[in-house]
Design a protein around this ligand. Structure first.
Ligand SMILES: C[S@@+](CC[C@H](N)C(=O)[O-])C[C@H]1O[C@@H](n2cnc3c(N)ncnc32)[C@H](O)[C@@H]1O
Length: 197
């Protein structure tokens, strides 16, 4: 079965995560339950460090991982947070290796997060956005340990009258990995991937 076929099958029977609020979808935040469930998964694998290429310096992921004893290193274009470096995740690499990657790119066509032209949320050409997103996925996987786990968050939506299958693009972007679980948090979907070894 192709990885896309596997993803569609998993999505069909996906667990639905609780939603206790406390986050702002319109501001690009994800349900903290996704972070907590991913942190639980990494803890059960004995993980020590996780990389978040598109982090929000004011978001909850650093503290949520800290609560379970996992160090989070993130990238963002603007940051004064000591654990989130100012970097362009489509070209800049993190230092070291990570047991987990939390991958939540700005969705194509979303409101701009910053004025920085490198911000994926500012891109108005879908092919340009895809190349940038794939590059960030490739860099993240290069810094993932061999049996590491990725939690990638996307959604299926409409933009400019067209259906955007961002969830499936993400699966395709992590070409060396295969989906193993899917968690729903409408309208978002969290896709858990790992290598086949
Ligand atoms: C969808 S938000 C992530 C939100 C976070 N996961 C949360 O739940 O709060 C994406 C973030 O990535 C940043 N970003 C956009 N393009 C980037 C790039 N090329 N490199 C690094 N960060 C980028 C945006 O400015 C924004 O802060």
């Amino acid at each position: 079965m192709t990885t896309l076929g596997k993803y569609r099958e998993l999505r069909h029977g996906a667990v639905v995560l609780p939603d206790n609020g406390g986050y702002n979808l319109a501001a690009g935040e994800m349900n903290p339950m996704i972070v907590m469930k991913f942190a639980d998964k990494l803890t059960s694998h004995g993980a020590q460090a996780v990389f978040e290429p598109f982090a929000n310096p004011n978001g909850k992921s650093v503290s949520l991982f800290e609560e379970v004893g996992i160090y989070l290193w993130g990238h963002s274009l603007e940051s004064d947070h000591p654990r989130i470096g100012e970097a362009d995740s489509t070209i800049d690499e993190p230092v070291g290796e990570f047991e987990g990657v939390l991958f939540h790119p700005p969705y194509f066509g979303s409101q701009p997060f910053t004025n920085d032209p490198r911000d994926l949320s500012r891109m108005r050409d879908v092919d340009e956005w895809l190349v940038a997103m794939e590059s960030a996925a490739e860099i993240a996987v290069e810094h993932l340990v061999q049996d590491g786990v990725v939690c990638a968050v996307g959604r299926r939506y409409r933009h400019g009258g067209k259906e955007i299958r961002l969830d499936e693009w993400i699966v395709t972007a992590f070409s060396g990995l295969t989906p193993i679980e899917v968690w729903m948090s409408e309208p978002d979907v969290a896709i858990i991937l790992r290598s086949l070894v």
